[in-house]
Design a protein around this ligand. Structure first.
Ligand code: GYE
Length: 337
């Protein structure tokens, strides 16, 4: 029923389900009132292209660049007219962009919410304007699941768990001190990757996270936080970075401190973008959990269905894998991003 991430389902599963059912009942009741009844079929006239307003998080990482390209290329291929807006990692910019899409009466709004909370008001405005909303990449934390049609993206808790499981399986005997470079504070992938990892490493009481701070998913953020960790932490055995860009920044800091990344300090990250995979194949990173940014084709497909009034699943989860150093060396040449 809920389209939220498994994290939210597991934490407040029953409550969320009850709330969703109540919201659904309220929604059905509202349908009988002409004032709030959205006229179905705001679809464009035959022959007219679908107009999609898309609010992107920003351009903070290699993952984001690949995601933007995938969306722009797929829109062109599907004949969807794309109104693209870059929020520069600011929620207020995304809210402004969504309001402007509503004013422009686009056929469908898609967006990747920079943080999880604080969306209900603007999503209600879209709903009242009868413009369907698709969440892509990141989830929102809202009890009202009628505010959007579907959520297309990864299972970030599972990603964090894969990272932690690898460490549990590959940790040396004795105490293991981990420093964590978190993604953007309040963002679904930062919250969920932290949670999944913590859950997995609980299996080995020798492994502990000794410091954890945000590097905002950027290379410079990862470098800066790692420099501080190297000064404040007497022993660091492992870096767990919520994305490749921060791991790459951490590598620069580790090398500048005269240590060997991948040997003196084990590095685990998430994304598997080209620069990350290159560092993995060179032995500077030890393990990467894949997060697929190529969401464009599925997004256009969902948008066409939603605009046509066809049913879509409430949650579409992206399929992903993991890479060791040997596997990275094998697939590097054929990596698209
Ligand atoms: O992992 C990170 C990016 O939301 C899955 O955002 C995305 C994350 C991705 O900045 O590199």
């Amino acid at each position: 029923m809920s389209t939220k991430t498994p994290r939210l389902i597991s934490r407040r599963g029953v409550l969320a389900r009850v709330a969703a059912t109540v919201a659904l009942a309220a929604g059905l009741a509202a349908c009988s009132s002409p004032a709030s009844a959205p006229a179905p079929g705001a679809a464009p006239a035959a022959g007219e292209p679908i107009v999609m307003g898309f609010s992107q998080v920003g351009a903070e990482s290699g993952w984001r660049t690949a995601n933007t390209k995938s969306i722009q290329d797929s829109a062109a291929a599907a004949g969807v007219e794309l109104k693209f807006s870059d929020a520069q990692q600011k929620q207020e910019n995304q809210i402004k962009a969504i309001r402007s899409f509503i004013q422009q009466k686009v056929d469908v709004i898609a967006f990747s919410p920079v943080v999880e909370t604080g969306w209900d008001a603007v999503l209600l405005e879209a709903k009242r304007a009868n413009i369907p909303v698709i969440l892509t990449d990141r989830a929102v934390d809202s009890e009202d699941t009628t505010l959007y049609k579907t959520f297309l993206g990864s299972d970030f808790v599972a990603e964090g768990k894969k990272a932690g499981d690898w460490l549990v399986q590959n940790a040396p005997a004795g105490p293991v001190a981990v420093v964590e470079l978190q993604g953007t504070t309040g963002a679904a992938p930062a919250i969920d990757r932290k949670e999944g990892f913590a859950e997995a490493i609980a299996a080995n009481p020798n492994i502990s996270v000794v410091a954890s701070q945000t590097g905002d998913f950027t290379r410079s953020g990862g470098k800066q936080v790692m420099e501080a960790f190297l000064k404040s932490q007497p022993t660091i055995n492992v870096v767990y970075a919520h994305n490749d860009d921060m791991a790459l920044g951490a590598i620069e800091a580790i090398e500048a401190a005269g240590k060997v990344p991948g040997k003196d300090i084990t590095i685990i990250s998430v994304d598997a973008v080209k620069d990350g995979m290159t560092a993995l194949s060179e032995g500077k990173i030890n393990f990467i959990v894949e997060c697929n940014p190529l969401l464009g084709p599925q997004l256009m497909d969902l948008a066409q269905k939603v605009v046509a009034g066809e049913p879509v699943p409430q949650r579409v989860v992206t399929e992903e894998t993991t890479f060791t150093q040997e596997q990275a060396a094998e697939v590097l040449a054929s990596r698209q991003y």
